[in-house]
Structures are given as structure tokens and as C-alpha cells.
Design a protein around this ligand. Structure first.
Ligand SMILES: Nc1nc2c(ncn2[C@@H]2O[C@H](COP(=O)(O)OP(=O)(O)OP(=O)(O)O)[C@@H](O)[C@H]2O)c(=O)[nH]1
Length: 344
């Protein structure tokens, strides 16, 4: 059977799934991977999934890379059926050497595996082990508070990863790093744990990890075989506990700006965001700067990057969080637009 798999693999399109909580660093890793593959002369293609209506991360991806965007829902549930179609069109149309799927951070990883494996009915896919990016600072905080659903979703993502990138270690105390590594080992004793800053990891060795997926794959297609590998996932249990609705508490607000906003005021607004909002991103035209900016807000840290957007991109901001007051947020953003208009 092993030999058959090896033979078949040469005709298959490798599919890499990047999992990880919102803002953990998946797009950062994706950018590194694309550059790496392109250097090797390979043609990657990307499927990006956002629960919001716009894909801003797509702006950060090399424009030559074929990309399918799946917006406005999560591939593990609401727009799950579309994934097979997108994969099919991408692979048949662009004939890439490999595909990377960056799932929304709210996605349940087992469901993504399920959704991707559905496509294996039409396509020869070599579904690679899941790579999970973990925000070290976020993990530290969630672990100490053990907050309900968010924490459980992160645990799921950790349990399903064969490689766990413990990212953003610059944001925790040096002494805490070992503690977080030990925690990850307890949560998933079979995964490789790779501490990193900005997902700077040894990519060849990250991508070499090709052994474990066979097990997960077999499980998903209902042919579980008792290798000596994972007792790591209690899959049936995971499926029972985490239904498709498990991340409905995560909500999104998308705001389209009708005019430029003042940069100082906007930065202050971001600093004052309520704790329930843990992710924000957008493309903005400030009234007091000439270029446009991509802003990123992840887990109470913001950064702003000058950009020249590809194509016709509106000024927009997306906020993702748990049960936050969308109306209040919309009002605040609207007020900023007005003031910018008035000061002009
Ligand atoms: N301090 C710090 N910031 C980081 C690190 N890695 C990524 N970031 C920043 O964290 C923010 C989110 O990173 P992304 O790569 O966009 O995260 P993501 O997982 O793709 O986010 P979603 O698409 O919302 O799920 C960006 O502002 C990054 O520059 C790190 O190691 N340390």
C-alpha cells in the first residue's frame, strides 16, 4: 500500500491546509511559502477563505499566483460545498504544482479536512498534514482564563495540526516559551512544535512532514486504520462536541468608508477597541497622508503598511470578534468619516 501511495503521489496535486486562530500569522506564513515555492520554480495556487465580505489578505499575496477567494462564510460549514468547485476550477484551469488553503481562523479544522477530502472524489489530491499557526501570546492568555468556545476552537486547531508553529514568541516572556511548548506537547504530543517570530521557520523541513496525514485522511474517508500513530485525536468525540455551529459566536462587521479618515483619530479608535474584538484589518485612505494603508489589528497590537492596492479596492475595514456591538462600532466609524469631510 505504501508503494502504491508513492507511485500515485507523483500524479497528485499536493494540498496544504493552513489552520490557526484569527490573526495568528497564517498569511505571514503563506507569503513565505509562496516565495519559497516560486524560488524552486514551482507554481503554487491559493484558496483564501474569509468569513468577511472582502479578502484583504489577498492583497498581500503575489499577484501572479492564481487565487480563488471564498468570502462571506466559512469553508467548514456555510460555503463548504463551494470548496470542491473552487479546487476543481483552480487545478483544472491553472494547473498549479500545488495548492494552499488558508482557512478562516474560525474554521473547525476537522471540518476543513472533511471538506477538502470531498474534493478528492473528483481530483487527485495529496492532502498534506495540517500546519497550525498558534499565537503564543493569545494561547498564554486563553490558557490562563480557559475561555469557553474560543479556547476550545484553538485546542481543536492545535490537536489537528501535525506541525504547530508557536508564532509571535516575541510577544511572550522568554521564560514563558518553554511553558507554552510544554502546554502544546500536552495538548498534542505527536506534533512538531516550532517556535517562531513572523513564522520564520525552516520551510524545507516543515514541508517534509508527510507521514501523518495518511492516518487522518483514512479516518475522514471512514477507513480508520490502527497505525501506532495518533491516539492523539479522539476524532469521534471532536465531531460530536464541535458541531458546524461551534463558531457562530464569532461575528464580523465590514465597514465601507465613504471618505478618508484622520489617521491619529483612527489609531486612537483602534487602541480603544473593546476586548471582544480580537481582529481587525482594512485598507484606508487617511485625510492626512497621501498613500493608502493596509492596517492590521491582531490581539491588541496594530500595524500599518503603506500599499498600492491591486485593482479597484474600496476603503474598508473588517472587524472580527465575539458578540461585539456592531451598531456602536459602525457609528464610531461613520463619525470619523464626517469629521474628515468637515475638516477638508
Ligand atoms: N509581534 C508579532 N506580530 C506578528 C508575528 N507574526 C505575524 N504578526 C503580525 O500579526 C498580524 C496578523 O498576521 P497574519 O499573518 O495576517 O495573521 P492571519 O492568521 O493570516 O490572520 P487572519 O487572516 O485574520 O486569520 C499582522 O499584523 C502580522 O504582521 C510575530 O511573530 N510577532
Amino acid at each position: 500500500m505504501e508503494r502504491d501511495i508513492d507511485k500515485e503521489k507523483s500524479e497528485m496535486t499536493p494540498v496544504y491546509i493552513l489552520s490557526g486562530f484569527l490573526g495568528s500569522g497564517k498569511t505571514t506564513l503563506l507569503q513565505r511559502l509562496i516565495a519559497y515555492w516560486k524560488d524552486l520554480g514551482l507554481k503554487p495556487a491559493v484558496i483564501m477563505n474569509e468569513i468577511g465580505e472582502v479578502n484583504l489578505d489577498g492583497q498581500l499575496v503575489d499577484e501572479e499566483v492564481p487565487m480563488a477567494e471564498m468570502l462571506g462564510g466559512c469553508i467548514c460549514c456555510t460555503i463548504r460545498g463551494d470548496l470542491s468547485m473552487q479546487l476543481y476550477e483552480l487545478i483544472k484551469g491553472d494547473q498549479p504544482d500545488l495548492v494552499v488553503i488558508e482557512a478562516t481562523g474560525a474554521a473547525n479544522p476537522m471540518e476543513i479536512f472533511d471538506a477538502v477530502t470531498e474534493s478528492s472524489l473528483y481530483l487527485k489530491l495529496d492532502i498534506r498534514p495540517m500546519i497550525t499557526v498558534v499565537d503564543a501570546a493569545h494561547l498564554a492568555e486563553l490558557y490562563s482564563s480557559q475561555q469557553g468556545k474560543t479556547y476550545r476552537l484553538m485546542l481543536d486547531q492545535i490537536r489537528c495540526g501535525s506541525d504547530l508553529i508557536l508564532n509571535k514568541i516575541d510577544r511572550i516572556e522568554p521564560g514563558q516559551q518553554q511553558e507554552m511548548k510544554d502546554l502544546l506537547t500536552r495538548l498534542n504530543p505527536f506534533a512538531r512544535i516550532i517556535p517562531a517570530v513572523k513564522c520564520e521557520v525552516d520551510l524545507p523541513s516543515l514541508l517534509e512532514n508527510g507521514t501523518r496525514i495518511e492516518h487522518v485522511h483514512d479516518h475522514v474517508s471512514g477507513k480508520e486504520e490502527d497505525h501506532d500513530l495518533p491516539k492523539k485525536h479522539d476524532h469521534h468525540h471532536d465531531h460530536d462536541v464541535h458541531s458546524h455551529a461551534s463558531h457562530e459566536h464569532v461575528t464580523v462587521y465590514t465597514h465601507y468608508f465613504s471618505g478618508p479618515v484622520d489617521s491619529v483619530e483612527f489609531e486612537q479608535f483602534i487602541k480603544d477597541l473593546p476586548r471582544e474584538i480580537y481582529r481587525g484589518k482594512g485598507i484606508l485612505q487617511f485625510s492626512d497622508t497621501s498613500s493608502r494603508f493596509l492596517f492590521q489589528y491582531a490581539y491588541r497590537e496594530a500595524d500599518y503598511l503603506k500599499i498600492t492596492p491591486q485593482g479597484d479596492v474600496p476603503n474598508v475595514a473588517v472587524f472580527i470578534g465575539e458578540h461585539f456591538d456592531k451598531v456602536a462600532l459602525a457609528k464610531q466609524l461613520k463619525a470619523m468619516e464626517k469629521e474628515a469631510g468637515q475638516s477638508d
